[in-house]
Design a protein around this ligand. Structure first.
Ligand code: MMA
Ligand code: CA
Length: 308
């Protein structure tokens, strides 16, 4: 058998048969094409519809969003307006407060100025017053020292007068033939004076006071005879006598105001030793020594004129 005969296609039967087969194919092709177009169209329509739906949905959402946004914006606007009005109210209030504070501050600064003026006035018054006071103090101390000096001078004058009167009395009695040589009890008579030899510890000023209570004075010594008499009676522990340099250092003054016409200083005295020595004492030897006025001495000697 011929191998080619098995694969050989059957031959078209004729021209008519060829024509029908081609028509069927074309019809099929058309059908398929139509189906494809139809499917394609359907797909396109579906895609379009879906897109339209999506767009509608998007539009709706957007509209909703817009609405919400508008509402929110309105709300925000409202809140902002409220805030603005609140802020403007606060601002107004603050302005009012600021104005009140400013007026308060102005008042306070006026008050401060007044107080400062008052203070300055008081300061000037104060300094004037203190000047016046100082002037018055000076006047007072002048008056006091003047008064003291006058009083001291008057007392001295009185002492001298009394002394003079006593002497005159004695002279008068002597010229009349009356004896004037009497002394009170416990007093020792020597020449024209009586002497009291006091005992018991005293400072110089206490001794002076004790003599004045006895109507005498701390003794004044004016001659060697008088000194010898006193040395004989002198206290062995030392005695205060009526001599001192209180006002001017080295210028010694007797209690009877008479001049320093006689002296019996211990060699080396007066030396104004220690803390200062302005009061004079008589040692057992009868020699004089300037001593501290506050020292206590056991002896003190008073004198007074004899009585008639
Ligand atoms: C004492 C006192 C003085 C005096 C001296 C002398 C120590 O001081 O009595 O007044 O001058 O003695 O030595
Ligand atoms: Ca002395």
């Amino acid at each position: 058998m011929d191998p080619h005969s098995q694969v050989e296609f059957p031959k078209f039967p004729g021209r008519r048969r060829q024509c029908c087969q081609r028509g069927t194919l074309l019809a099929l092709l058309g059908l398929v094409t139509t189906a494809m177009w139809a499917g394609l169209l359907t797909l396109l329509l579906l895609w379009h519809w879906e897109t339209v739906q999506k767009l509608k949905q998007l539009e709706k959402t957007a509209a909703q969003n817009d609405l919400e946004t508008v509402q929110k914006l309105k709300q925000l606007e409202k809140t902002a307006a409220q805030n603005v009005s609140q802020v403007s109210k606060d601002l107004e209030r603050h302005k009012g407060e600021q104005v009140a504070q400013e007026s308060q501050a102005a008042k306070m600064s006026q008050s401060m100025e007044k107080i400062q003026d008052e203070q300055n006035r008081m300061k000037s018054q104060d300094s004037e017053l203190s000047r016046n006071l100082n002037g018055l103090r000076e006047d007072l101390s002048d008056l006091q020292s003047q008064g003291l000096n006058e009083r001291r001078a008057a007392l001295h004058a009185l002492d001298r007068l009394q002394e003079e009167v006593a002497k005159l009395w004695i002279e008068l009695r002597v010229s009349n033939g009356t004896t004037c040589n009497t002394c009170p009890d416990d007093w020792v008579h020597f020449q024209k004076k009586c002497y009291y030899f006091g005992e018991g510890p005293k400072r110089w000023i206490q001794a002076r006071f004790a003599c004045s209570k006895l109507h005498g004075r701390l003794v004044s010594i004016h001659s060697q005879e008088e000194q010898d008499f006193l040395t004989r009676h002198a206290n062995k522990k030392g005695s205060w006598i009526g001599l001192r340099d209180l006002n001017i250092e080295g210028e010694f003054v007797w209690m009877d105001q008479n001049p320093l016409d006689y002296s019996n200083w211990q060699p080396g005295e007066p030396n104004n030793g220690g803390q200062g020595e302005d009061c004079v004492m008589m040692r057992a030897s009868g020699h004089w020594n300037d001593a501290f006025c506050g020292s206590y001495l056991d002896g003190w000697v008073c004198d007074r004129l004899v009585t008639c």
